[in-house]
Design a protein around this ligand. Structure first.
Ligand code: COA
Length: 170
């Protein structure tokens, strides 16, 4: 691993904006976006942000709780925005915000936000170190602090599952 590869990188370099349109094949029986499809789009958008940050292959290690705030109707534009909030050794927390955009009025509404953890893998398929992410804008600094608290909650959950004898990764 060279110093260049692990040089700190700004949050901005990881940002991704992705748009989709909810076609009939993307809907559920209620005529609104199928949640699994939205989750797939979020996973792709988040993975691109993680890859942009570390320029490595990444895998999704975990997805925090998902709460669909409101349905996205057929024909709406779905705007997904992702960025790396925080990095540790090989893992990165990526925040993905999803909005629905009315194609005729342009009105945007928040549909959901989720936090995904991606792990960078080296050519040997093992987790590999990623560059630290640098936040400067106050909102990004806030996200970084929140990400630290969320990671602790994830680790606590894993430890509790291990104590109960439930399967955990690793
Ligand atoms: C995620 C995975 C790479 C972790 O590998 P591992 O051999 O357990 O590696 P480690 O225990 O060394 O953990 C590596 C990193 O992953 C993090 N990690 C592992 N499981 C995690 C979880 N459930 N939530 C958050 N982070 C997790 C660790 O905290 C560690 O982070 P760090 O290096 O920044 O400290 C491995 O379990 C895996 O490949 N899982 C399947 C991924 C997959 O198939 N995803 C869907 C398709 S992309």
């Amino acid at each position: 691993m060279t110093d260049t590869v692990l040089a700190p990188r700004p949050v901005e370099d990881s940002r991704v904006e992705m748009t989709q349109i909810v076609l009939p094949g993307d809907t559920n029986a209620h005529g609104t976006a199928f949640g699994g499809q939205v989750m797939a789009w979020m996973d792709i958008c988040g993975a691109i942000a993680a890859q942009r940050h570390c320029r490595r292959a990444v895998v999704t290690a975990a997805v925090d709780e998902l709460e669909f705030v409101e349905p996205i109707k057929k024909g709406m534009v779905v705007v997904l925005r992702a960025q790396v909030n925080m990095t540790w050794r090989s893992s990165m927390e990526v925040g993905v915000r999803v909005e629905s955009e009315n194609p005729t009025t342009g009105e945007r509404r928040h549909a959901l936000t989720a936090y995904l953890t991606f792990v960078a893998k080296g050519e040997d398929d093992r987790p590999v170190a990623v560059p630290p992410v640098v936040a400067t804008a106050p909102a990004d600094v806030q996200r970084q602090g929140d990400a630290v608290a969320r990671r602790q909650a994830r680790l606590d959950l894993r430890a509790a599952r291990a104590r109960r004898g439930e399967p955990v990764q690793g």
